[in-house]
Design a protein around this ligand. Structure first.
Ligand code: BGP
Length: 470
């Protein structure tokens, strides 16, 4: 049962924010780190590999391999998180700091030590780290052997997991095996280091990630029975365009395409609809003896997800549509406003999503990314961002309803990009999510100084009152 407080949120609700190493750390070649796939991305989703240079990319993108220099400024950043009252900081470990090429047999001590400092800094303020083991990155060295198409990479990943589970035992309790695992269906390069985009390759890479994740869950529990290890879903939620049964059934099929990733990780086996689809497509998975037991024995402890918008699907939405294509199918939701990047703002959809997951899996749920990408203006050291406050307020009210009215065990809420960082989708600095402004533009101009936005003070109050004041 929930440990309820008067505010509607449980007393031990995890309040905080989220970042990813590849979008905030920079220092791509320090402390023994070698390049990861995200360091050589041209911008956002591009599949073309680029050279690492100091300059900006394609005339305007400030490079993520430099990012906001969180690697050196983590103390200042964590102090600001603490000032807001964070009880949780979702961050990721850069795999290539621990195993620089991915192939080493022993971990890199400098990399391990760096995260010891970061976790100690968090714990000093009572901030619990929630760690994404692989957030849109893997060592570039693993590409040469086929990345996730090669089963050997499962062992490389597990060697990495073993090193960090052992090293941070007692410091980190909450883990996520892969960021937005379902996004492999459209971001093959970022999610799986794949240069190809055919369906069979995606399914093979996903299969290996499922095996890796399940074994990581088991290993994590063996190393520390206090570990809670979860999966993460990239928030693709859609409504049928009309009550025409054909729209409704297409929407169901579309959602199956995404939810299958959760089904496997939460239930421990492939759902029948996916088995049938793979048969129809003639795709054979590289199943080894004992794999079904692995999947079954490595079910996750919780499900977490990102939530930014909702979509609309109908009978004309192609089945293979992913969320980026779904934007282009011509279906619009006339009831919703959109952000500057045309992401439809749908707070009620967040309550819907929380219910969907809990109904389906009956395990604790956590919102680990939510927020509004917007262009902010810094004037005399101040940023007024009422639009962001409105966005958060409306979404958190729905989280509260999911807890109070629907009885969902929501573990916590970490807003995305609690400090401005480089956008994963567009490669821009100007698409900002933070409570903290970072002085850097898309052209590489800026001091990297940090400034508190109005939303900083607002979120601080929310946390102080445990969500009473929304
Ligand atoms: C999620 C990713 C994050 C983050 C966020 C916002 O899909 O997990 O890494 O970047 O989306 O997206 P964007 O940066 O494209 O605005």
């Amino acid at each position: 049962m929930l440990n309820k407080s008067d505010s509607g949120f449980p007393k031990d609700f995890l309040w905080g924010g989220a970042t990813a190493a590849n979008q905030c750390e920079g220092a791509w070649n320090e402390g023994g780190k070698m390049p990861s796939i995200s360091d050589v991305i041209t911008n956002g989703s591009h599949k073309v590999r680029r050279e690492i240079t100091d300059g900006i990319i394609e005339g305007k993108y400030y490079p993520s391999h430099k990012a906001i220099d969180h690697y050196h400024r983590y103390k200042e950043d964590i102090a600001l998180f603490a000032e807001m009252g964070f009880t949780c900081y979702r961050m990721s470990i850069a795999w290539s700091r621990i195993f620089p090429t991915g192939n080493e047999t022993e971990p890199n001590e400098a990399g391990l030590a760096h995260y010891d400092f970061v976790f100690d800094e968090c714990l000093k303020y009572g901030i619990e780290p929630l760690v994404t083991i692989s957030h849109y990155e893997m060592p570039l060295g693993l590409l040469d052997k086929g990345s996730w198409l090669n089963r050997e990479v499962v062992d490389d990943y597990l060697r990495y997991c073993k090193a960090i589970f052992n090293r941070y035992k007692g410091k980190v309790k909450h883990w996520i095996t892969f960021n937005e695992i379902n996004c492999i269906s459209f971001s093959t390069w970022k999610c799986a280091g794949l240069k190809v985009t055919d369906e069979e390759s995606k399914m093979i890479a996903a299969y290996h990630q499922f095996i890796a994740s399940a074994q990581a869950v088991k290993l994590g529990h063996e190393i520390d029975s206090n570990n809670k290890i979860g999966m993460m879903f990239g928030g693709v939620f859609s409504y049928p365009n009309t009550c025409d049964p054909e729209d409704v059934i297409r929407n169901m099929e579309y959602m199956h395409n995404a939810l299958f990733y959760c089904d496997v990780q939460c239930r421990g086996y492939y759902p029948a609809y996916k088995v049938k689809e793979l048969e129809r497509k003639g795709i054979e998975l590289p199943i080894l003896e004992g794999d079904s037991e692995i999947l079954l024995s490595g079910k996750v402890d919780f499900i977490s997800f990102s939530y930014y918008f909702s979509l609309v699907c109908g009978k004309n939405t192609p089945l293979e549509a992913n969320h980026k294509h779904a934007f282009d199918t011509g279906y619009l939701n006339p009831y919703l406003e959109a952000t500057e990047w045309d992401w439809k703002i749908d707070p009620i959809g967040l309550r819907y999503a929380l219910n969907l997951f809990y109904d389906r899996y009956q395990i604790p749920v956590m919102v680990v990314e939510n927020g509004m990408g917007a262009v902010d203006v810094l004037e005399e050291g101040i940023v007024h961002d009422p639009y962001r406050i409105d966005y958060f307020k409306s979404h958190l009210k729905e989280v509260k309803k999911a807890i109070e009215i629907d009885g969902i065990p929501v573990m916590g809420y970490t807003s995305w990009g609690c400090i401005d960082l480089v956008s994963a989708g567009t490669g821009e600095m100007k698409k900002r999510y933070g409570f903290i402004y970072v002085d850097m533009d898309d052209y590489g101009n800026g001091t990297l100084n940090r400034y508190k936005k109005d939303s900083f003070y607002w979120y601080k109050d929310v946390i102080k009152t445990n969500g009473q004041e929304l």
